[in-house]
Design a protein. Structure first.
Length: 277
C-alpha cells in the first residue's frame, strides 16, 4: 500500500498499486477509482463480471459491491471517503457527481488517451511525494491532488460523451438528472417529477439525453430502481415484500412484475441463481 492517510475527522485517502490487497478495494464506505495502466483487471461489480484492459479506468460509488478481483499487470486503486473529500459539497469544483459517480447498474468506464494517462501518472507521483511530507499542510495538499485526479477523469468523461465547451451547460442538466434520481428514486418514478425539479419539460429532457447518447430519462429511473432492488436482494436477507416497501412500492405484485420485466427472471429465480454462482 502506497498511501493510507486518515484525518482527525476520520477522513480516508488510500492509494494502492498492488490490488492483491483486495479487502481494501471491497470496503463499502469508499469511492473508488480502479485504473489499469498495463495488463488487465477482472472483477465483479454488483455480481456482474467486468474486465478492464490497459488504459481503462472505472469509477465506483460506495453503493457498488466489488468482488472476485483479479489483477494481471500494473493496476492501481485510488480510494477516498466523503469525510476526506465530499463530492456533494464540492460539486461546483469538480462536477463529478452524477457523471463519474452515480448508483446505476453500469458504472462509467473510460478508455483514457495517452495524454490523460500521463496526467494521472504525474498526479499519482505527486500524491506519493506529498504523502512523505510530514507537516500541517500535507492533508490539504493531498486533497488538492485528489481533486486534480477527479478533474482529469471528469474531462475524460465529457470527452467520452462528446461534450465540448458550448454543450457543457446542457450536459450539466443530464448530470444533475442522475444526481436527482439517486436522491429521489424511491419516491419519484416519473420523468415529469424530475423535469419539474430541473425546470424543463419532459420532452426537452428526452431530447437532451438523445443528443448526449444516453439512455432515455425513464430508462435511467428504472435502471436505478432495479439496481437498488438487485443489491437488496443480493446483499441482504430482506423479503421481496420488504424490498418492495423500501423502494416505495405499496403493492408487492407490482414490484415483482417490474423486477421480472427488467431482469427476465422472477425474484425467487434471481436469488436462487445468484446464490449458486
Amino acid at each position: 500500500m502506497d498511501i493510507a492517510f486518515s484525518t482527525p475527522l476520520k477522513g480516508n485517502l488510500v492509494l494502492c498499486r498492488d490490488l492483491r490487497d483486495a479487502e481494501l478495494t471491497r470496503r463499502p464506505d469508499l469511492y473508488k477509482f480502479l485504473w489499469v495502466r498495463q495488463g488487465a483487471l477482472s472483477l465483479e461489480v454488483d455480481h456482474v463480471p467486468m474486465r478492464l484492459e490497459a488504459g481503462e479506468i472505472v469509477s465506483l460509488t460506495p453503493l457498488h459491491h466489488v468482488g472476485s478481483l483479479r489483477a494481471d499487470g500494473d493496476c492501481l486503486s485510488l480510494l477516498f471517503d466523503s469525510n476526506f473529500y465530499c463530492i456533494f459539497g464540492h460539486d461546483g469544483e469538480v462536477s463529478c457527481n452524477g457523471l463519474l459517480f452515480n448508483g446505476s447498474s453500469e458504472p462509467l468506464r473510460l478508455a483514457l488517451s495517452a495524454q490523460r494517462q500521463e496526467a494521472l501518472g504525474r498526479i499519482v507521483d505527486e500524491l506519493c511525494a506529498e504523502y512523505e511530507v510530514n507537516d500541517g499542510l500535507r492533508e490539504e495538499m493531498l486533497r488538492m491532488q485528489l481533486k486534480r485526479f477527479i478533474i482529469v477523469c471528469t474531462r475524460a468523461a465529457r470527452e467520452h460523451f462528446g461534450v465540448d465547451g458550448p454543450q457543457e451547460q446542457l450536459f450539466d442538466i443530464v448530470r444533475r438528472f442522475y444526481v436527482l434520481v439517486d436522491e429521489h428514486f424511491r419516491t419519484r418514478r416519473r420523468v415529469q417529477d424530475y423535469a419539474e425539479l430541473l425546470h424543463r419539460s419532459p420532452k426537452t429532457l428526452s431530447n437532451l439525453f438523445a443528443a448526449c447518447g444516453r439512455p432515455s430519462p425513464l430508462s435511467v429511473i428504472h435502471d436505478r430502481v432495479n439496481a437498488e432492488a438487485r443489491r437488496l436482494l443480493l446483499y441482504t436477507d430482506k423479503s421481496a415484500k420488504e424490498v418492495a416497501y423500501l423502494l416505495g412500492y405499496e403493492d408487492t405484485a407490482a414490484f415483482s412484475r417490474f423486477f421480472a420485466k427488467m431482469n427476465g427472471e422472477s425474484i425467487t429465480g434471481f436469488r436462487r441463481r445468484t446464490q449458486r454462482e
